[in-house]
Each structure stands twice: as structure tokens, then as C-alpha cells.
Design a protein around this ligand. Structure first.
Ligand SMILES: Cc1ncc(COP(=O)(O)O)c(C=O)c1O
Length: 387
């Protein structure tokens, strides 16, 4: 039923027999409307030249902020900062802390490389101390994380809403964030939840930073990430680009000034074609009544069919024992991760699946299979298990 929006990707000329694209948690197909959107970006750039910046900052960026705010229940669209990737936004946030003072950071051992690597490097600085709460067992994660959050003197807490290496949703993360200590800045990495799991941030929007991007489940491609900023934020990022003072360029103060909106976390010049693609997708989905709730229901049903087929298939690797999960009905993202024991086995399985035109991805011994609205309605996923 949703495949009609993805014809160009599903029928791409050089791909032969239609594939079952189950790497959608990594790279979502782009809806067809994105082609016209990219061309429109080119036409606007050609017609408006330098004047395109007015239209971008006065119309397109606010429209994008309104759409993101609507999807996530955020009350203040003007507090949604944008940048080409989340690393830039999170690093800008990290740069607001004074490294001459002790900096204590609480996180988990399951964060995506973008943050994990940066943190590891930061940890080499003498004043930085990081506590990583093991994500497993998931059943006790919420309790263990929250106890440490209140027990230690943390300036920053950072956790994923859905873990990239398992698809498990951090249990009760929003409730934990709502009860955070005043002294702790709290960041939620929503990359694997945005436009996949219905998320209402209304209760925590004034308290937390929330990051995500257009690359995954929205299907707008790389190059456009965002970070929603809590109310009354007075942080002064050391890493600050000239866009941060767009409002004051005429009137430079002696001391670097920061705006009370997203420009506090703004960087510098970037490409906005993904902004056009993202807006076109938001428009399409709104026009067609495709909500995140509907997408989530479609994917949950697809995942259930997959599990039913799996349970009767008796596959040596793709089975319940190897599936990493905690709460498959309510607490999971849009992909399944199977622990194949070692990377040789997962690599061989990936090749086997590829020979049946099932596309998936792999990180060491972990094989990930994702679900999307462009999978056929009623798909049984039999081809994953048998040729
Ligand atoms: C959980 C998570 N956060 C963030 C990112 C993206 O990081 P960045 O925008 O810094 O490339 C990914 C990408 O896969 C991810 O899985």
C-alpha cells in the first residue's frame, strides 16, 4: 500500500530482480517526491542566487522546525537547531562545558560510535570522568541508570532512545529524563526512534536535548540533523559558527553573544538540499495521512509476520535464542539484531541472504534486519529463511 511512494527506488534500473531491502534501519529508501525536491533546490539556487538565504532562513528552516516539532510534540520549534550531522551538534554541546573544571558524564556502553569515540577521546583530558552503565540486562537498565544519575554529581547524561546495535528501546527513558536532577544536562539520542517509534516529548522538551536526523526513517537522506534545546538554556558553546550571530552581524558586541533560540547552537554554511527533500516528505505524508503511529503499526505487523515465519523455520542462526530483545511488543525499534556468535558466521549469513536478494547489514557478529513501509503488505519474509 505504501510502495507506490517509492517506485524509483524499488524499480531502480541497475538492480535487477526486486530486492527485499532489510537494511532500512541503516539507509531508508527515499520517497519519489525527493527527486523533484532536489531539482527544486537547484532551480531556487539558480533563480535566487545569493537571495536564496532569505528564503531558507525565513521560510524553509522554520517550516522544517515546525514539522519536526509537530511530529515530536515539541512546544518551541525555534529551539530546534540544525546541522549536517549529530556529531557537530553534540560536540558543540560538549564544548560548552569548561574543561578546566571537573566534568562528569553518565552514559551507557551502547552508544553509537559518533558519540562513543568522541567521548573516549575527551576522556583523555584530566578533568573528564565518564561512567558507562552496561545496557544489559535491559530489564534493570532503567533502575540502574537512574540510581547512578541521582547518586553521582553529573554535568551531562547521554543515552539512546533505541540502541543502534540491538534495536531495543531504552525502557522508561523519557520518565527518567523528566525526573533528572537540575544540575545535569540530559541528552537523548533519538536517531533510531525519530519517524519510527511514536514519540511525544512534550513533558520533557523544556528539560532535555534531543538529537536525531533525516537519514534513517524519514528517508530524506544524509545531511540534515537536528537537536532540540531545553528552555532557558544559557550554555555558551566554545565551538560556535558564524551563523550563531546572524541576528547581530551588523552590531558585533565585544563579548561573543548567543541568541535565545536555536542559533545558540548554530554552525556555519551547509548544503540545504536535504532540507528540501525532508520538507517534501513531510508534505507528502501529511497529505496522504501517513503518521508515525501508522508507520509504527505497519512495521509492528511486519515484524510479527517475520517472527511467525521464523518460529516455524528452525533456522540455525535466525531464531529467538539469537534475537536480542527485551519487549518486542512495545519496546523495540524497527529492526531486529541477531547475535550469530562470531563475525565469520554473520558474514556468511549476510552473503547467503544476498544471494536470495535479501539486503541487510552486519556489525561484527551482529546481523541486523530492518522493516519499512515499502515492504509489501502481507510480506511473510519466507525468503529470509529458505531459498
Ligand atoms: C544511534 C545513532 N546516533 C547517531 C547516528 C548518526 O551520527 P552522526 O550524525 O554523527 O553521523 C547514528 C547513525 O547510524 C546512530 O545509529
Amino acid at each position: 500500500m505504501y510502495q507506490k511512494y517509492y517506485r524509483q527506488f524499488l524499480q531502480a534500473p541497475n538492480r535487477g530482480e526486486p530486492a527485499l531491502h532489510m537494511a532500512c534501519h541503516s539507509h531508508h529508501y527515499w520517497p519519489d517526491v525527493t527527486l523533484e525536491a532536489v531539482q527544486q533546490y537547484w532551480r531556487d539556487a539558480a533563480a535566487l542566487a545569493d537571495n536564496k538565504w532569505g528564503s531558507l532562513f525565513e521560510e524553509k528552516i522554520p517550516a522544517w522546525q515546525r514539522d519536526v516539532a509537530r511530529v515530536l510534540g515539541l512546544p518551541a520549534p525555534e529551539r530546534i537547531a540544525i546541522a549536517p550531522n549529530t556529531h557537530e551538534l553534540v560536540y558543540r554541546l560538549l564544548s560548552a562545558f569548561d574543561l578546566h573544571q571537573p566534568l562528569r558524564i553518565l552514559t551507557t556502553d551502547g552508544e553509537f560510535y559518533s558519540f562513543a569515540r568522541q567521548l573516549q577521546r575527551l576522556e583523555e583530558e584530566p578533568n573528564v570522568r565518564v561512567t558507562r552503565i552496561p545496557k544489559e540486562p535491559y530489564a534493570t537498565l532503567a533502575q540502574r541508570f537512574e540510581e547512578e544519575l541521582h547518586g553521582g554529581d553529573y554535568q551531562l547524561a547521554y543515552a539512546s532512545q533505541v540502541f543502534f546495535d540491538s534495536g531495543v528501546a531504552f525502557p522508561r527513558l523519557l520518565e527518567i529524563a523528566a525526573r533528572k536532577p537540575e544540575r545535569t544536562e540530559f541528552t537523548i539520542d533519538g536517531y533510531h526512534a525519530f519517524f519510527a517509534r511514536p514519540t511525544d516529548l512534550a513533558a520533557v522538551a523544556d528539560k532535555v536535548f534531543y538529537t536525531a536526523g533525516s537519514y534513517k526513517y524519514l528517508g530524506a537522506g544524509e545531511g540534515l540533523c537536528f537537536m532540540s534545546i531545553p528552555a532557558n538554556c544559557s550554555l555558551r558553546p566554545l565551538n560556535t559558527g558564524w551563523f550563531a550571530e546572524l541576528a547581530e552581524l551588523e552590531n558585533r558586541a565585544e563579548r561573543v553573544a548567543y541568541a535565545d533560540n536555536w542559533l545558540r547552537f548554530a554552525g556555519a554554511t551547509m548544503d540545504y538540499s536535504t532540507l528540501y527533500k525532508g520538507l517534501a516528505i513531510f508534505q507528502l505524508f501529511e497529505r496522504e495521512g501517513i503518521t508515525v503511529e501508522k508507520i509504527h503499526r505497519y512495521v509492528l505487523a511486519a515484524q510479527q509476520r517475520f517472527l511467525d515465519t521464523m518460529d516455524s523455520a528452525g533456522h540455525p542462526l535466525l531464531n529467538r535464542e539469537n534475537l536480542i530483545h527485551h519487549d518486542l511488543e512495545n519496546g523495540h525499534g524497527h529492526f531486529f539484531t541477531f547475535d550469530c556468535g562470531d563475525s565469520g558466521r554473520s558474514e556468511q549469513l549476510q552473503e547467503e541472504l544476498l544471494s536470495r536478494r535479501v539486503l541487510c547489514d552486519r556489525r561484527k557478529q551482529l546481523l541486523r534486519l530492518g522493516f519499512a513501509i515499502y515492504h509489501p503488505e502481507g510480506e511473510t519474509y519466507r525468503r529470509v529463511f529458505v531459498s
